[in-house]
Design a protein around this ligand. Structure first.
Ligand code: C5P
Length: 403
């Protein structure tokens, strides 16, 4: 649910700020990117350096900092996120939010945003139950702010009661639920979908292999977008740096033969999306020992790999109702993709230009053309995540009509 989601995390000044490093770690493990705004009070409990190290991004602190503003204006900061999470949300922060006070970077970003806001309050029990706080909370709720927690228990001040910030994993789940709900309320809930992603690697000997430049970003984003719409997704992936998306069965493979086996094991399914860059050949005679540097370089004999997409798309009892392939081309993209669609008997082809100037491999962006029986849709350049979401929407529309 959290794969590729952008979270703007506002850290206010409460003792629960010490849980924030763990929260960032857990969110990033699930593929989310986290950008932090640290208030003056927050900086009393956690250092900007630790948040920067864990989030892998600059930590923004000051509304009037030339560096921060030139790097990222506060308006952009507030908009370039899918959600803003205030954790911990102190009584002071809640009051400022409810009254529209904008006297620092955090409160200004909160006022300037057009994105959903979730808060995780944390404070002493008497403060929490104080009518002033409760009225402010009601105001925020009425404006659509989601309030998560607090829980009951021992408080840092020594008192016992409501006021503990929600546990890190509960916050992670709450964010996941938020994104699931946002994405079409389970439009694909009945469907089993297999997605292939990443490259395959083909060994030459125990230490060397043949690989390709696929990053797995697009395939993983598609798997995540489909799962966000409630689909039961099995992601069969070659080696990538991408985090396993949440709520998905991930099967990790290396070679094309292993990928085909894993895909077959995941059948039957309703829909298959083959986004992997499968190697066309494997080494026919993989050496069991490391090849030695000799005077003559070794001859590598290649043999063709099975075509997973074409195998899946063959007519037969186990053919998924919708088979989607990809076509990475460096010239005549649409024409070649149309031929590929016919040759491989798949229903849709998502074609993209991967010529050296296109910057597609490994980048965040992609420009694709979707070729179906009805014709060609030319999509503008978008992030791979946006392509994934648009494709998931198209799949959901198809599924609603035809499956
Ligand atoms: O033939 P080409 O490699 O250009 O086709 C690309 C499409 O076929 C992609 O969807 C890719 O995942 C799939 N493919 C496959 N197995 C192969 C080669 C390609 O599934 N061995």
């Amino acid at each position: 649910m959290l794969h590729n989601k952008r979270i703007l995390l506002i850290v206010a000044g409460g003792i629960a700020a010490v849980k924030v490093p763990d929260l960032i770690r857990r969110l990033r493990e699930r593929g989310a990117s986290v950008r932090c705004i640290l208030t003056k009070g927050g900086a009393q409990f956690v250092t900007p350096l630790s948040l920067a190290a864990l989030s892998g991004q600059h930590v923004y602190q000051d509304l009037f900092s030339l560096t921060d503003e030139s790097e990222m204006g506060h308006i952009r900061l507030s908009r370039e996120a899918d959600i803003i999470l205030v954790a911990p949300a102190t009584a002071d922060m809640i009051a400022k939010m409810s009254h529209g006070i904008a006297d620092d970077l955090a409160t200004t970003a909160l006022l300037a945003t057009d994105k959903p806001v979730m808060i995780a309050p944390s404070m002493n029990v008497m403060m929490w139950t104080h009518p002033a706080v409760q009225v402010n909370l009601e105001t925020l709720k009425a404006r659509g702010v989601s309030v998560f927690g607090p829980g009951a228990g021992d408080l840092a001040c020594g008192e016992v009661g409501d006021g503990r910030m929600a546990e890190v994993m509960d916050l992670v789940s709450a964010l996941g639920r938020h994104f699931q709900k946002q994405r079409g309320d389970g439009a694909l809930a009945r469907f089993r979908i297999v997605v292939t992603s990443g490259p395959t690697i083909e060994p030459i000997d125990p230490v060397r292999y043949i690989a390709n430049r696929s990053s797995g970003k697009q395939g993983h984003a598609i798997a995540a977008a489909l799962a966000d719409m409630g689909a039961q997704v099995t992601l069969v992936s070659g080696p990538t740096q991408e985090a396993d998306p949440d709520g998905i069965t991930v099967v990790k493979v290396e070679t094309a033969a292993q990928m085909l086996k894993a895909v077959r094991a995941a059948l039957p399914c309703d829909i298959a999306v083959c986004a992997a860059a499968v190697a066309d050949w494997h080494v026919a005679d993989v050496s069991k020992i490391k090849l030695k540097k000799s005077t003559a370089p070794p001859r590598i004999n290649l043999a063709p790999n099975p075509d997973i997409l074409a195998t899946l798309a063959q007519p037969g009892k186990q053919r998924p109702s919708l088979v989607i392939g990809f076509a990475a081309e460096t010239s005549d993209v649409i024409e070649k993709a149309k031929i590929k669609r016919a040759e491989k008997n798949c229903d849709w082809i998502v074609a993209n230009d991967v010529s050296p100037g296109s910057g597609t491999f490994g980048s965040e962006n992609n420009t694709v053309h979707v070729i179906t029986a009805e014709g060609v849709q030319n999509w503008p350049t978008m992030t791979k995540r946006e392509v994934a979401e648009k494709l998931a929407d198209l799949v959901a529309t198809f599924a609603a009509k035809k499956l």
